[in-house]
Each structure stands twice: as C-alpha cells, then as structure tokens.
Design a protein. Sequence first.
Lengths: 159, 540
Amino acid sequence: MPPVTINEEETILGVRRIVNRIGATRADLIPVLQAVTNEFGFISQPAMEELSALMNLPTKEIHSVATFYRMLSTQPRGRHIVQFCESAPCHVVGGREVFASLKQALALEPGQTSPDNKWTLLTTSCLGVCGMGPVILIDTDMYGNVTPEQVKEILSRYE
Amino acid sequence: MKTVRSMILVSNDPESNVRGSEKIFGAFQQQLREYGLTEEVSLSMVSDLGYSYASPLVLIYPEAVVYGPIKAEDVPYIVEEHLYKGRIVEEKRAPAHELSGKVAWLSARKGTLPAQNRVVLKNVGIIDPESIDDYIANDGYQALGIALEKTPDEVISIIKNSGLQGRGGAGFPTGIKWGFVNKTYGDKKFVICNADESEPGTFKDRVVLEGDPHAILEAMSIAAYAVGANEGYIYIRGEYQLAIERVEIAIKQAEEYGLLGENIFGSDFSFKIHVHVGAGAYICGEETALIESIEGKRGEPRSRPPYPTTNGLWGKPTLVNNVETLANIPAIIRNGADWYRTLGTPSSPGTKVFTVLGNVNVTGLIEVPMGITLREVVSIYAKGMKSGSFKLAQTGGSSGSIIPASLQDTPMDFESYKRAGVSLGSGALLICNDEVCIVDLAKVLLNFFRVESCGKCTPCRIGTKRAFDILTGISQGEGTLEDLDELLSLNKEMLELSNCGLGQTAGTPLRDMLNYFRAEVEAHIRLGVCPTGVCPMSAS
C-alpha cells in the first residue's frame, strides 16, 4: 500500500468541527466516528488522539469501538470501495461465480487495496436487497442481478 | 388530501431505483405538465410494491392497473393513452403473477391469485411514505387516540389477548414483555424499535420503514404509553439509507402535527423519538448488544439476567420490539384482539411477512396468515422452482433452520415448527434446488457467523471458526468421519455455553445438515465426491 500522507492540522480542525456539531458525550462516539470516516476516509491516529481529548475517553477505548464496526475504518482505503455480499441468498443464485470474476478483475483478495489506491475490495454480510442477488455495492451505487460477464463493464464506469 | 381524478404510484425500492425509477418519475412529471394534467392527477414515489420481479412498477388508480417493468421511454405513451385518452395500455401491463399487495387482492377476487391478507404491509406501496396526511387518511394515528383514552393496563391486555408474538425470530409474547416493563418501577423508561435487520435474506423491516414509517412511530408511541416511557430510539442499520431518511422525515412531520412531543392529543402523555444509525455489525440486532451500541460502546451482548425489561438502556427499564412486531400494533388497537385472532393459527395468531428468495420464479415479499405451508408458498406465491426440484429451504438468520422436503407440509407457525425441531427464523425463505450442495451452503452460513461473532465469549469465537475450517476441509476432499462427530459436539458446546443467541444457534446448520442430509455429507468423505459438483474437492 502506498504511504498515505495526513494533513494533521486539517484533520484536527475537521474532528473538532464534527464533535461540535454532533456532541461529546459517550453516546455520540459512534456517530462521530462515522462522520470522521465519511469525511477523511478513515480514522487516523491524530484524529483518534484529538477525539480522546475532546470526548474525555482513552484512545484505546476509541480504538476498540472504531475497530468493532464494519462501516468504520482505521485503515486508509482506496478511492472506491467495492463490497460484495457473501451471504447465502446471493451465494445460491450465482454469487460464487460473480465473486471469482470480481476478484480476478480487480486482482485483489477481500480486505486488500490496489497499489494505485483506486480500489478496496471488501466482503459484506447481507445488504437487504436479496430479491435481486448477487449484489455488488460500489461506494453507494448498488448493482443487482450481476453476472460474471458484467463485472468488467461495471468496474469500467469508475474513474 | 386534495381530490384527484387519477393517482400514479411509481415504485422506488432500491431495486426499482437501480432500474431507473427516478427517471420514470421525472418523465411522468414532465408529461403531466405537457398535457396540463398536474391538477387532476397525483404522482407519488412509493416504496416496495411487494414483488421485485417486474420492477420498476407503475400503478395507476382508480383502475388499479399495474404496469411493469417500465422504462422512462414508455412514459409518454402511457400518459397519452391511459391518462389523456382513458385507454389501458395492455401491452405494458405486468403479467398477473407479478402483481402484489392491494392489486393481488383485487385479482384474487377474480380467482387468479390467493389473497394476501395485509396487516403489516397494509399501507406499503399504497400511500406516499413522505406524507403524514396520506397516513392519516388511511386510519393513521387513530389507534394512538384510541389507546390514550384507555388505561395502560387496558392497552396491554388487548395486546396480550391478541396473542401477538415477537417477529424478530424468537417469538416471545409481546403483551407479556410490555407487562414486564410496565410493572418495573423506574423514574425513566425507554422504548426501542429494533430495526437493525441484518439476518441474511431478510428485508421485511426495511420495506415497512421505507413504505410506512408513521406506522412504526404510532406503534412506538402506543407502546411507550403502555409501559410508561417518554423517550424512544429507532436503531436502524447504517446500510438502510432510504429507510433512515424516511423515518427522519416522518418524525419531523409527526412533531409538527403534535403527534410526537409534549402532551400528545392534549393528554399528559409526552414522547420523543431519536434515530440511531448502526455502523455495521450483525450482532447489534441482539437486544443487549443494540443497547450497548446506542450507549456508544462495542456491540457486545450483556450477560443476562438482568434483562432489558428491568436493566436496559443506561440501566433503565427498556422495551425492545422488532419493526414487524410494532407494525401489527396499530391494527390490533383499532380492530381489537378478537379480530387479530381470526388470522393465523390459534397458537400463532396474525400474519407473517416472508421474503421469498433463491431458485424460484418469483422472489420478493409476501404477507400471509401464520400456518401456511412451505409447499403452498413455493407453488402459489413463488410460482414454482425456476430450475431443478425443491431440495431445502433455509429460514433465515441465526435463529433459522434448514427445512428439508419432508417438512414442506408442516404449517409455518412458531408452535408447529418447534414441534418439528426446526425454527421459523426471521422470515426469510431461501428456497434451494437440487443444484445446491449442503456442505457448501453450511460453509457459507458458518462463515457468516464466524465473521459476525463479536468475539466476546470463547465458545462462539472459536467454535464458529473451527466449524468453518472443518467444513472447508470436507469441501476440499479432506474430511474424515470423525469431523462429523466434532461438528455435532461443536454445535452442542456452542448451544450450551455461548453467551447470546448468535453463538447458541450458530451450530443449527450443522445439526440440520447432519440430521437431514448426512448421506450427501458422507459422500464427500467416503467417496471423495461432491454429488452436486459444487465443491472443489481438489485434494486427493
């Protein structure tokens, strides 16, 4: 993975803005972490330290929550996040073949980010649109009834 | 509501959306303007219309004509023919078996489809979910008014008498749970709606929240009045963006109308609802994990007892109900417990929403009385197998089971399924044909539990991983007969020693696999062959 440069000052200002908007109580922690992930792509070490000071929580506590939930990330990710549903309903209607084709097209295994930082491939549990499996979610775009042949074409829509 | 000559509904569930429902909506807006029909014809985006088969669907009332699948290019012709000239466009009509909801009911009268009796999904696809006026025009908030004129005890006894059981999977009697919270002394109590629907193959709660959000707010208010709470949370999983938006809009509208907030209907009952958005963790559907998560912690289940009914959110007495359970409440209050008992079976009254999936011709959502059989669902609503023959159905999620063909005629209600040693689960019916390998399926299910196990207690954390590894070995031709004994003992250990429902039921696929399909598993081991040809069986 290429080194990721973090603008520490910008991160800290951003985190302060988010905490000001959402709140600094314990119950606000998850919404705050979600907002930080959305704004910066992941929760960096400086962001965690700033949160620790603002919310009066040890960093290990913040880290423990941040690593628990699938939609929060403590690792930098690619520009586009490809999520493949690996639950049974998608699996039995051809998901296995689609996933093989997806892994091949991206040349990635689940959890990996491409060297050019374009893609991160993740598997996910059921996305709740099982009526049209197999399902691929790219960022916030949902693709249903995907066939192995369509995978390349779908990926080519992204810059 | 303004009176109009015709009403157009465009389906906008995520599936229709992917297939261009927004464009269709835009095209209708433009065409109605061109024909000068905007005053006479109303146009709404609605949620799921039941079947995803022919989406995007367009419904036009009062004729109740269903068009689908529709493309934006079809719109000018439909407007010209149907709305301007008054002629139904026959060639664009959805075939009969793709109808749903009210429409299914209409065609049922003509004898083409058995009626779906909709209680939970009564308004879904019929009203504009972003309009509180639409909800009110369809008996909305009437039940809250009725409830507030009764005492909390009277409300609870109606729910008890109705026999309503929790629809999240466990089937606990709802009225009794309400009674527990009501009887617990507390200066502060909470009502939580569990909308962290993450059981694989289940999306009934999403459809209710997207299609009829006010019904859940009304039901939560009734529950809060009955148990003595004045604050509530809806915990919606983060993946359900549209549901989150719709619920937030609904809360704002209800507050503006004084249906949420201080002194509702001039009574001394006050109630406020917050939305909590999940951050992606299946385990948060477990009620104590959900509570931990609202408190800003890792979603790890608590040890029980004490139960949330006495020590819930921030240690206060808390009622947690599933979306589908709550969606039944307003209808029960309006029509009475006796009416509700006319639906379903004596031990499991009411209807159940199922999501029908897998290798069948029609997939989607159905609401049917409790006690229908799997064979009826497959042959009537799913219109038969798409290919191959029926092998098994998986009833969804951690509390679900694998249902073999021999149990196809067992009534689907909590009681009968329990007697047969299987479970109804969350309402997903994943229908599998004879091309599905049982080992491969069990592997996928166990992988799910392995990934989603929160890791707090050892039997579940290690057990799910170990079982997955053994199944992987069997699928690669490396299995031994001793492995099967180990799988059974893993099931027993997880069942008896795990802290919460996830671990306790994670072994169910193993047990069912060996109960009903042992020969197929042994073929992998003794003969080194996967009978369906699905498993790689590479090692030899």
